[in-house]
Design a protein around this ligand. Structure first.
Ligand code: SF4
Ligand code: SF4
Ligand code: FES
Length: 474
């Protein structure tokens, strides 16, 4: 990477010579409006929204495809740049229905934002003269298309051509007759279709699932990590607490992480907020169940076994290990039930355990032999899980004396509720050994975290140990 000095509105900046001007300036919080350029889909040069004044050039140049050179001088807020931006916005809005009040994208729409920031001109187009197009086409899976709002940037088409290679979408006709269409009999059914909605810069591709559920400015985005498989894609959890209702996630969105998932996530992960919201275990009283667990651990001693799922955070796994060391119980992190066969060569992994690498890090035995030995020899079992445990594991536990500390209800078991993944923070290590932090999004003061539960179980033991230590100090 070679750095060069350029001048932006006469201000000297150091940028990467081989970088893209839009991205390089973004690092300095300088925004160049654009529709068709996308970091994962590359340059297409069709929207002309990124035109800027470049010294020495007769006409404005598109920033997305202007090579960076030493000493180049560009003007991102000169009168010439602003006038081409205004002209472009006028063109985009000629036939636009201006239905922002009922558009799901309002509040996060590039067209709306650019108009407010760079234009604010009155429309010269009479409403009756606008070219009308189709308003609500169901294009398959979760995707609903509005032709009138489309700025024809072709991001959606290029996504299906270059990322999923499924090619369900195409651009038809020219001028104000242009439309994005699906090919006859070929609705969108690929496993990454939700990204089409997210990369559309305007409200032309909206989500059937999210439509009219919540205005986006109410949502609070929190950075987290998808727990759907071992890839651990970076996501935003957009959550909100409605008056008189409990806090909940309204959607998961892809968050850019060039080391892991780029700008995209799969649909299983994207729509897993439903699972996260539904069926979350509710805390009753902790006092008696935790007392019972403590009694059982003390009574059965070495005949106790702990089984922990590889979906817990690294911190939670550490606490589970501490519990097993304190009570000298056997511990198994066997999670091979979670290995499926639906992975692909892009993001989706066969391994549905999100934090298996932390078992290695904490030296937690994940062998089948130890798991089977625990099942056969232990009189009492304690299960820790995030989400519903795998059906095969539940089958193995049938008829055994066991308690479960879990974020989700399952089968007919009365579980001891712990905070679920969107409700607590912690770290996770993905299949490529990348460690990242999940932040707490949804608030739930009624339920304890796994750590807090273990601390409570260990309370007496720890206070006993603290007494001992105090004795030593004295
Ligand atoms: S539907 Fe959206 S992503 Fe596709 S061309 Fe239109 S504006 Fe671009
Ligand atoms: S690929 Fe795996 S981690 Fe990524 S979004 Fe899908 S389920 Fe989640
Ligand atoms: S972003 Fe440069 S032409 Fe569209």
């Amino acid at each position: 990477m070679s750095s060069v000095e350029i001048f932006v509105d006469d201000k000297s900046l150091t940028v990467n010579k081989d970088g893209n001007l839009i991205e390089e300036l973004k690092r300095y919080n300088i925004e160049i409006p654009h529709f068709c350029y996308h970091p994962e889909l590359g340059i297409d040069g069709n929207c002309r929204m990124c035109l800027i004044e470049v010294k020495g050039q007769k006409r404005p140049q598109i920033a997305c495809n202007t090579p960076i050179s030493e000493g180049m001088e560009i003007y991102v807020s000169s009168e010439l740049t602003r006038s081409v931006q205004r002209a472009n916005l006028e063109l985009e809005l000629i036939n636009h229905p201006i239905d922002c009040p009922v558009c799901d994208q309002a509040g996060e729409c590039d067209l709306q934002n650019y108009y407010m920031k760079f234009d604010l001109a009155k429309s010269q187009m009479k409403l009756k003269n606008k070219v009308t197009k189709g308003k609500k086409f169901y294009y398959g899976k979760d995707v609903v298309h509005d032709q009138e709002r489309c700025v024809l940037c072709t991001r959606c088409v290029r996504f299906t051509e270059t990322v999923t290679k499924t090619k369900e979408l195409g651009l038809q006709k020219r001028g104000d007759e242009s439309r994005i269409i699906i090919f006859p009999g070929r609705p969108i059914y690929n496993r990454y279709a939700g990204n089409i909605i997210q990369i559309c810069p305007v409200g032309a591709m909206t989500s059937k699932d999210f439509r009219f559920k919540k205005r986006v400015w109410h949502l609070e985005p929190v950075e987290s990590i998808c727990q759907g498989c071992a890839k651990g894609c970076a996501i935003y959890i957009d959550h909100y607490q409605e008056k008189y209702e409990s806090d909940r996630a309204y959607r998961f969105r892809a968050r850019r992480d060039d080391k892991v998932n780029g700008s995209f996530i799969c649909d299983d992960g994207r729509y897993s907020h439903h699972q996260e919201n539904e069926n979350r275990a509710k805390a009753a009283s902790y006092e008696y169940p935790l007392y019972q667990i403590r009694q059982a651990l003390e009574k059965h001693q070495s005949k106790c076994g702990i089984i922990v799922s590889a979906n817990l955070s690294t911190e939670e796994l550490f606490f589970v290990k501490t519990l097993s060391v304190n009570y000298e119980t056997k511990l198994s992190g066997y999670s091979d039930f979670c290995i499926g066969d639906d992975g692909d060569d892009y993001l989706i992994q066969n391994d549905k355990a999100s934090n298996r690498a932390s078992l290695d890090l904490l030296d937690i035995d994940a062998s089948l032999a130890t798991y089977q030995e625990i099942l056969q020899s232990c009189e009492y079992l304690l299960l820790f899980s995030q989400g519903e445990p795998n059906a095969d594991l539940l089958q193995d536990l049938q008829g055994k004396q066991y308690d479960a500390i879990s974020s989700h209800n399952f089968a007919d078991k009365e579980v001891i509720a712990c905070k679920s993944f969107s409700e607590r923070e912690g770290h996770t290590i993905n299949c490529d050994k990348v460690i990242r932090k999940m932040n707490q999004a949804v608030s739930n003061n009624e339920v304890l975290s796994t750590q807090e539960i273990i601390e409570k179980i260990l309370e007496r033991k720890l206070s006993f140990a603290q007494e001992l230590l105090r004795g030593f100090d004295g």
